[in-house]
Design a binder for this molecule. Structure first.
Ligand code: MG
Length: 417
């Protein structure tokens, strides 16, 4: 409910990109916010985070504050942005960061924002979750700061002398974007401009004038590019995330398994793998009792998570009496095809004391390949006795197990079907 209330508000974004960034000079020719990361400037990456953020309401406007010398760099940085609808023409900053932010806030005034987020252009790894956290925080606070945890032990120093170890749990790293009630921060900036303080960030102004600042979870990856080393690190992590996105799709392979058994009785012939063979035992069943084809059918249905042979061909239905079981397997293969799946392997094991399977193995494989349209090498038929133990050993019945391997195309990890 609260989120809906916040999202109906107008949000202004101020991107501070007017600095000269001399500490990064070794890694880039010009100001660091225009340093190239993976072919696009730091500013480009930072702007696109806000322009794409789904947690920001649709009427959000983005105001960039640039240096007077950087107009052509700005145009280049924004040329390939996907959505520029919310991007306002840049305004020229002032002598200090504080003066630049004030100009950005002033330029937003015409859009009557309710809320504003002020962000350093040199933080291109901002996560949208942080923006969402700020939006949530702004529902009930007029100043919100993302704070990242500190993992290193922090010492207080006097010159080279270590004075004490600070309680790390009570400390955090201040980041941007910093979120505010627009009116509040606009008025505080007006007051700050009249004071002789130089405020290095906007939350500091709020603190100075006694406004409560609410901390929300920041993200250590949202670091500020300051030194040449930061830019090298940024290039590396941009490359890594690009590689992660280009991750080779893995084949979506699904395997179904199955077991079937039919009781036997003395007889003259038996149907196995679609072949009728001379045999001292026959199998009893509603259909032709082809235990091997039944197991294969169920294995295919298993890989499709599509019920089992009994649910597709209920034994209670008269039309399946004495039916040839190849139609069951053909039906399962058709179900796979309809789902866009390719059957790549069928493997069945027949467990019986008699008849001997070995002499018929190749004919059985050929028959299954013929029924299913698979290449011969994708069909395996195996057999074992049950060492004269159990119901199979006592020749009370014949069992079969099977597996079916299906490939559903290729997809990326976590991708939905
Ligand atoms: Mg059966």
């Amino acid at each position: 409910m609260m989120a809906e209330a916040a999202s109906s508000k107008v949000v202004g974004i101020v991107i501070v990109a007017a600095g000269r960034g001399s500490r990064a000079a070794d890694a880039t020719d010009g100001p660091k916010q225009y340093a190239l990361l993976d072919g696009d400037s730091v500013l480009h990456h930072t702007l696109s985070i806000f322009l794409k953020a789904e947690c920001l309401p649709s009427g959000t406007v983005v105001q960039t504050v640039i240096h007077a010398d950087d107009r052509s760099l700005f145009d280049l940085a924004t040329k390939h942005l996907k959505s520029t609808k919310a991007l306002l023409p840049p305004v020229i900053g002032g002598e200090t960061r504080q003066a630049s932010v004030r100009k950005g806030l002033l330029a937003l005034k015409a859009h009557q924002p309710d809320l504003v987020m002020i962000h350093d252009a040199a933080r291109p790894f901002l996560n949208e979750n942080t923006i969402a956290e700020l939006m949530k925080g702004l529902e009930s606070n007029s100043a919100v700061l993302p704070v990242a945890p500190i993992f290193d032990t922090v010492k207080r120093l006097h010159d080279t002398k270590v004075l004490e170890t600070m309680d790390r749990s009570a400390l955090g790293l201040a980041q941007t974007p910093q979120g505010f009630d627009y009116k509040t921060i606009f008025e505080l900036h007006e007051r700050a401009a009249k004071s002789d303080h130089d405020f290095t960030d906007d939350v500091l102004i709020a603190e100075y004038f006694g406004v409560d600042v609410h901390a929300v979870a920041g993200d250590v990856s949202n670091y500020k590019l300051t030194t040449a080393n930061d830019i090298h690190r940024a290039r590396k992590s941009m490359q890594e995330s690009k590689e992660a996105n280009l991750m080779t799709p893995f084949p979506d392979v699904r395997v179904g398994t199955a077991y079937d058994v039919h009781a036997s009785e003395p007889g003259k012939e038996i149907t196995l793998c679609g072949l009728t063979l001379p045999s001292p035992v026959s199998l009893i069943g509603h259909s032709d009792a082809d235990v091997a084809l039944h197991a294969l059918t169920d294995a295919v249905l298993g890989a499709l998570a599509d019920g089992d042979i009994g649910s597709h061909f209920p034994p209670s239905e008269e039309r399946w009496r004495g039916a040839a079981s190849d139609q069951f397997l053909i039906h399962a293969m058709d179900r796979a095809k309809a789902r866009g799946a390719v059957v790549t392997m069928l493997d069945v094991t027949i467990i019986c004391e008699a008849p001997k399977i070995g002499p018929h193995r190749d004919a059985m494989r050929k028959k299954i390949a013929e029924i299913t349209g698979l290449e011969l090498e994708r069909v395996a038929v195996k057999a074992t006795t049950n060492e004269k133990i159990g119901f199979v050993g006592r020749e009370e019945g014949i069992a079969a197990t099977a597996s079916a391997t299906l490939v559903f195309g290729s997809k990326l990890v976590g991708e939905k079907s």
